[in-house]
Design a protein around this ligand. Structure first.
Ligand code: ATP
Ligand code: MG
Ligand code: MG
Ligand code: MG
Length: 576
């Protein structure tokens, strides 16, 4: 490939909405281009990365005995009504209508369609086991699309679905997929952890997420360094004994005291000592009912500085409390502050309090303070144990660092992860709902035992960048670099010797199947090097007239701090 004919378009500055390094670098390197919220063009460089990711995933899926097909992006609603997910899935599911007013969905995943295929095509136990997979566009109307490809609305997923005749056989299929996933993520050179995840009520106990370790990950993962215990936070929470809390909360009455703000009164009630910087209290919850009462189980208490005008946020008032004390949903808080409440710096109050105000009872559990201790000088509070920054309020629960591990083999550690893959034993949840059966050995119809297995194809490069970058740009693992080698000739337009050597080396490398790009754009060396360092091509060969006179070129790996001189003839064997 020649750069003059390819498309290279780099940026000095990252766009303002790019909060994390992978998003910034993917935009700056010209891999992706935003079209709308959570919707991106995969530009030529980015597409090359995705194709390589897909190729590896495809190879390992095929090796594991899965067979590829492609299911439609737009799917008739009838199938989704059979399982009830057309209604149940909520606003993440994009529903559309055709010109006849018929309902369709844009697939967020494909259990219904693949189960429909199975109930028609797989009639006998002799056709089992079978595993169908696709690498296909998905759409999820994420509440908060962000971080570029990391949490897009349109994205590409590899989704596989296994069909088996028995629970035991399904568990073998599950284990085969799990092993394939390990091979896949090893090939990408990622640091990751397989963690237990919640499999839902019906799915049995087999569900694991593959989490790429990264400080910017949206998930918290809990593990024991001294054993193989690892779980995501939800799963760890479910297994953990409740932390000691103050004795069952006695309803406490907040009797408005004239001349004292409600904010201060609530603070008193909770044993908080507020300083002047804290001007208001907000209670955030997942859900508010129409009357403005807390309907969810989690309530977060946020202490806010005076410079945030909560009046701008559509909040529900608690009757009897003044303007300093309000309820808001977490979504509203996020929208208002452009961040999750936890970004204020989380500290867990671990209190369970019932407040009775004007005979309106609001039950508040899992108190979490979203204020930053230093900023706000809050004293007089039982803070519990501090969690490492940057952590999110949502993750502050019963499980904290240093708790004993459930297997009793050590103490728990917590780190952040990016969910890159998910393997899931489904049981007969979908086959039952859709009456998908095969003829079993005893001649009777039986429901398929199913499993589903996802990998975020477009999320993967973003996760890889979170783990592989420096101040100059991306450092791709060879396996998924847009190009593995870049040839940078200096003064190619002036020097016939440089041109000839560069063209020849380019042709030789191509002939050997090396994925090489020749930068024949005529850029100055500084700009040329900066581009390729930003783009992150792992191997660079610089050809100059001076070096070539001695038969030498300069080789530098993207991780090297200096170039090494090398005989021109040694380049090819070195790169193979
Ligand atoms: P998350 O917890 O991040 O929302 P999920 O659990 O909803 O992901 P799954 O339904 O398990 O996702 O889908 C399988 C895989 O698809 C995930 O492991 C992830 O790699 C990828 N994925 C899910 N949602 C997105 C998204 N919005 N953008 C990019 N990739 C995604
Ligand atoms: Mg999700
Ligand atoms: Mg998840
Ligand atoms: Mg998942």
């Amino acid at each position: 490939m020649k750069a003059s004919r390819f498309f290279i378009s780099t940026l000095k500055e990252a766009p303002a909405d790019a909060e994390i390094i992978s998003h910034q670098l993917m935009v700056r390197a010209g891999l992706i281009k935003k079209l709308g919220a959570g919707i991106y063009n995969y530009m030529p460089l980015g597409l090359r990365v995705l194709r390589k990711v897909e190729a590896i995933v495809r190879e390992e899926m095929d090796r594991a005995g899965a067979v590829e097909c492609t299911m439609p992006v737009v799917q008739p609603a009838e199938l989704w009504q059979e399982t009830g997910r057309f209604e149940k899935m909520g606003p993440e599911l994009l529903r559309i209508q055709d010109r006849h007013g018929r309902d369709f969905v844009v697939q967020p995943t494909s259990e219904e369609v693949v189960t429909d295929i199975a109930r028609q095509e797989l009639r006998s136990h002799r056709q089992l086991p079978r595993n169908f997979y696709q690498i296909q566009t998905k759409f999820r109307d994420e509440r908060r699309p962000r971080f570029g490809l990391m949490r897009g609305r349109e994205f590409i997923m590899k989704d596989a679905y296994s069909f088996d005749k028995s629970r035991e056989a399904a568990q073998l299929s599950y284990q085969a997929m799990r092993a394939a996933y390990q091979r896949i993520f090893d090939r990408f050179g990622l640091r990751y952890r397989a963690v237990r995840a919640d499999s839902g009520a019906i799915g049995g106990d087999l569900s694991e997420e593959f989490q790429v370790i990264a400080a910017t990950g949206e998930d918290a993962i809990v593990y024991c360094p001294d054993s193989d215990y690892a779980a995501n936070m939800e799963k760890a929470e479910a297994a953990a004994p409740a932390h000691p809390r103050p004795a069952a909360s006695q309803p406490r009455t907040l009797t408005p005291t004239p001349g004292k703000s409600t904010c201060a009164q609530v603070a008193d009630l909770l044993g908080l000592a507020l300083t002047q910087t804290v001007k208001s209290l907000v209670l955030a919850t997942d859900t508010l009912d129409d009357a403005g009462q807390v309907a969810g189980s989690k309530v977060w208490l946020l202490l806010l500085r005076g410079d945030h005008d909560m009046n701008e946020v559509k909040v529900s008032k608690v009757p009897g409390l003044d303007a300093g004390f309000r309820f808001a949903t977490v979504a509203e808080i996020e929208e208002h502050f452009g961040a999750r409440p936890g970004y204020l710096g989380p500290l867990n109050l671990r209190k369970s309090v019932t407040i009775v105000a004007d005979r309106e009872v609001a039950l508040m559990a899992d108190w979490v303070c979203g204020a930053n201790q230093e900023d706000f000088h809050i004293t007089g509070v039982n803070w519990g144990r501090d969690l490492p920054e940057p952590d999110l309020v949502a993750d502050l629960r019963n499980v904290v660092e240093g708790d004993p591990s459930p297997d009793g083999k050590g103490l728990l550690a917590i780190e952040r992860g990016i969910e890159i893959g998910h393997v899931f034993y489904l049981g007969t949840k979908y086959s039952r709902a859709m009456n998908a059966t095969f003829l079993a050995e005893d001649g009777k119809p039986a429901f398929f035992e199913m499993g589903c297995y996802g990998i975020g194809i477009t999320r993967l490069p973003a996760a890889a960048i979170e783990q592989n970058h420096d101040e100059r740009g991306i450092i791709w693992p060879d396996a998924i670099a847009p190009f593995t080698v870049v040839l940078c000739p200096i003064g190619m337009d002036r020097s016939e010797a440089v041109r000839a050597a560069a063209e020849q080396l380019h042709a030789d490398l191509l002939a050997q199947g090396v994925d090489v790009i020749l930068d024949d754009r005529g850029e100055r060396p500084g700009a040329m090097f900066a581009d390729w360092e930003l783009i992150g091509v792992p191997h660079r060969v610089v050809l100059s007239e001076r070096g070539l006179k001695e038969g030498q070129v300069e080789y530098q790996h993207r991780r090297d701090t200096e170039a090494t001189r090398m005989a021109l003839g040694a380049v090819l064997p070195h790169l193979l």
